[in-house]
Design a protein around this ligand. Structure first.
Ligand code: GLU
Length: 498
């Protein structure tokens, strides 16, 4: 049997280091066993998926040096590799489950489901569909359907007994069936949910080993049941530990940068970042040199070495490794090549020069004016931030509100950024000019510079988030209570402007 693994990102945001970690583990496992690794795009969440996000994910995995044997960009014998292009396949499988009596149509309205949830919460019961529509006789179901009532398709789940999930690393994990929800498999628009699409695709794409983040463990019983209903052999499951912050909390962008593009913008070499992620998936280094190529990582890979305790994303270690790759991994010419592509990529340089042109008198003004484009976090001081009309509280509110709103922007571009920052000024009932000043300082290091929105677009969301966080820390990060109050402020202003 040929080993086949996959990474299945959802294109709903900026590329995440966790995706690269999962991709790397799956790649190494497949290649270690002479198998194949494929990439599938799980874009069943139509409202949140974007082509920009998909492109960015593929580009950043390529940048890291990963490649796949099949995928949406290169095709392959099991395509299409984008779930939005596979609707007919899922419909057919849902029909099969309905015909077999393993799934049923559910006409419950969102209001009824909400009522049910509230009642279950009050009675301290697990939140689970109560099975009302299962009690309808076939004529009732047919009548509702003929009357055009919208419905979803749910899977049947046993009321009692225990489901045993086998995880290669963790052994048997038991779940009470009565705590497992009757999962929606197909939404009222006829599109599948993650669970159905994921199981059908893993089977049709002949995936032998599913290695995914441990946040999916609780979905495993539903998948076990679906494989059983279809009569398919289940791939082997290996749930990978979540990456952690040094304080052991789950790695999250609120505490640490998590975007691959941030590490790219900071000037980490792709092979160093990949090597660092490889070390996180390997608890045994056996006295070997920790500096490894992708081939070496694949060669040495073993599922048994995956640390289950939650590997710490330790940036100090990444810095050390990156320094070694810069000094030992590149000869002079290769290093110059890296500097050129990091700092002087033609399209980026042309944007930067374009922004600077109307603001300089001598070319030598360029250095100081544009230095912030070639830097990571900026060493801004409270004094620099304080030179304008906003007091500390207003600046802290402005930065915090902007961070939340910028994170929620679907597309990262000048238009969206401008809307957010002007919205912040409105929410605080201040002139935009006064609000813009501390942002100039936080983002460019100076109260006057090239146009702010363009600078922010070019720096990228991750770097902007990091600079705003730095500035906010300098003035004092908001307490939980402040955050709650300020969120209300933002919501009230959003309502007003509607
Ligand atoms: N689309 C899921 C994700 O974004 C994939 C989970 C899985 O690998 O099954 O993580």
């Amino acid at each position: 049997m040929k080993v086949r693994t996959r990474v299945a990102p959802s294109p709903t945001g900026d590329p995440h280091v966790g995706t690269a970690y999962v991709a790397l583990v799956n790649y190494c496992f497949a290649k270690h066993h002479g198998g194949e690794f494929l990439l599938r795009i799980e874009d069943t969440d139509q409202a949140r998926s974007t082509p920009e996000s998909e492109r960015a994910i593929l580009d950043s995995l390529h940048w890291l040096g990963l490649s796949w044997d099949e995928g949406p960009d290169i095709g392959g014998p099991h395509g299409p590799y984008r779930q939005s292009e596979r609707s007919e396949i899922y419909k057919k499988h849902v029909r099969q489950l309905l015909d077999q009596g393993d799934a049923f149509k559910c006409f419950c309205t969102p209001a009824r489901l909400e009522e049910m949830r509230v009642a279950q919460r009050a009675a301290a019961q697990p939140s689970r569909y109560d099975g009302l529509c299962l009690t309808y006789p076939p004529e009732e179901t047919a009548r509702r359907e003929a009357a055009g009532e919208p419905y979803v398709v749910r899977m049947k789940v046993p009321d009692s007994g225990v489901c045993v999930v086998e995880d290669v690393r963790r052994g048997k994990i038991e779940f009470e069936w009565r705590a497992v929800d009757m999962q929606v498999l197909m939404k009222s628009d006829g599109l599948p949910t993650y669970h159905l699409a994921n199981v059908v695709d893993d089977h049709l794409m002949e995936i032998t080993h599913v290695m995914r983040g441990e946040e999916w463990v609780s979905s495993a019983p539903k998948h076990v049941l679906l494989y059983r209903y279809f009569g398919w052999e289940m791939p082997k499951l290996i749930h990978l530990p979540l990456l952690r912050n040094p304080d052991k909390s789950k790695l999250s962008k609120r505490k640490n940068p998590t975007g691959i593009l941030f590490y790219q913008a900071m000037g980490y070499l792709p092979e160093a970042l990949l090597n660092f992620l490889g070390l996180l998936s390997n608890s045994v280094v056996e006295g070997q040199d920790e500096m490894m190529s992708l081939e070496q990582m694949a060669q040495r890979f073993s599922v048994e070495h995956i640390p289950l305790g939650g590997p710490v994303f330790d940036v100090a270690k990444l810095d050390w490794l990156n320094g070694r790759f810069i000094r030992e991994g590149l000869d002079h010419d290769a290093f110059v090549g890296r500097v050129r592509s990091w700092a002087f990529a033609p399209a980026r340089l042309s944007r930067i020069a374009g922004l600077a042109q109307s603001r300089i008198e001598r070319l030598s003004d360029l250095g100081l004016l544009t230095a912030f484009f070639f830097a990571g976090r900026l060493p801004v001081t409270a004094e620099q931030l304080r030179g304008g009309k906003l007091d500390d509280l207003a600046m802290r509110q402005a930065f915090a509100l902007a961070q939340w709103e910028l994170d929620a922007l679907r597309e990262w571009n000048v238009v969206g950024i401008e809307r957010v920052l002007k919205g912040v000024a409105d929410a605080l009932e201040r002139k935009f000019r006064d609000v813009a000043r501390p942002f100039y300082v936080a983002i460019t290091g100076s109260p006057t510079s090239v146009p702010l929105f363009d600078a922010m677009e070019l720096l990228g969301r991750d770097m902007v988030r990091e600079r705003l966080r730095t500035a906010l820390d300098v003035l004092g990060a908001p307490s939980k209570k402040e955050q709650d109050e300020w969120k209300k402020l933002a919501a009230a202003s959003a309502e007003e402007s509607e």
